[in-house]
Write a protein that binds this ligand. Structure first.
Ligand SMILES: Nc1ncnc2c1ncn2[C@@H]1O[C@H](COP(=O)(O)OP(=O)(O)OP(=O)(O)O)[C@@H](O)[C@H]1O
Length: 256
């Protein structure tokens, strides 16, 4: 049993890559509760993806600890590009993530079909990636990630490569899917609006070394839409606060 412990914990992590003198991340601690959606926002190069890579076990911390307090401990990682297998159709791409599980072939097929339905791609199962739009390809990637019923979904700028209209549609869609499934998620983004639309909490990182310099609990309920937020005066206030926190740190010499 995990009791009241957060599902995911990062404790005092410092990361220095081989050959570097300065660490990329320093004293990073955070906790994510089960079912919570937390956004990590910060300037380019502050180490956001490195945090996700460490959680996915792709990179080792130099100091500190990362814990996933769940016996199942399955992590799905969604990247900016869908990374689909070009010679497999939609169904077979989604089944791919299930091939490392103990499910039988028929159970895999059923789980893949369910995940495809969750991302509204029913009817497209036999299509190949090149026959799909960028937004649809990213939905396949999401279905592939969700099919394994992950304990944690890691999202690294999942809409960064999409055009603005598709991105805004997909953000609301993701909100419904993630909320509907009760999935715990950590979202890396540059986009303040995306963070405020999707997250329960926003963690603002500083530039190198990356540290968490501010935490904001998003005061809007789980049922959100960008239209409703845009009419909410509180939204404008929080948005400017975040913009201010994310302003590049101008050096004294330049100010002059
Ligand atoms: N495997 C690695 N080996 C060496 N250096 C790395 C490695 N991975 C990341 N870095 C360095 O760590 C720093 C942080 O990179 P990271 O991709 O985590 O930042 P980020 O905040 O996600 O950036 P962006 O928002 O631009 O994607 C960068 O300077 C990068 O060059």
């Amino acid at each position: 049993m995990t009791g009241d412990r957060p599902l995911l914990e990062i404790d005092g992590v410092l990361k220095r890559f081989a050959g570097d003198t300065d660490p990329v991340l320093d004293s990073v601690s955070l906790a994510v509760a089960k079912g919570e959606l937390v956004a990590l926002i910060g300037p380019s190069g502050c180490g956001k993806s490195t945090v996700l890579n460490m959680l996915a076990g792709l990179v080792e911390p130099t100091e500190g600890q990362l814990r996933l307090n769940d016996g199942k401990a399955r992590i799905s990682y969604i990247f900016q590009r869908p990374r689909l297998i070009p010679w497999r159709n939609v169904l077979r791409n989604v089944e791919f993530s299930l091939e490392q599980t103990r499910l039988s072939a028929s159970e895999r097929r059923r789980a893949a079909a369910e995940a495809i339905a969750r991302v509204n791609l029913e009817g497209h199962e036999r299509k190949y990636p090149h026959q799909l739009s960028g937004g649809m390809q990213q939905r396949v990637a999401l279905a592939r990630g969700l099919a394994v019923e992950p304990s944690v979904l890691l999202l690294d700028e999942p809409f960064g490569a999409l055009d603005a209209l598709t991105r805004s549609y997909m953000q609301e869609e993701l909100l419904g899917i993630v909320r509907g499934s009760g999935t715990t998620a950590l979202l890396v983004t540059h986009d303040i609006d995306e963070a405020l639309l999707l997250a329960d909490r926003v963690l603002v990182m500083s530039s190198r070394p990356g540290r968490i310099k501010h935490e904001l609990r998003v005061p809007f309920g789980p049922e959100r839409s960008m239209d409703a937020l845009l009419h909410n005066p509180e939204y404008g206030r929080i948005r400017s606060e975040l913009r201010h926190l994310l302003r590049p740190e101008v050096s004294e010499a330049l100010v002059g």
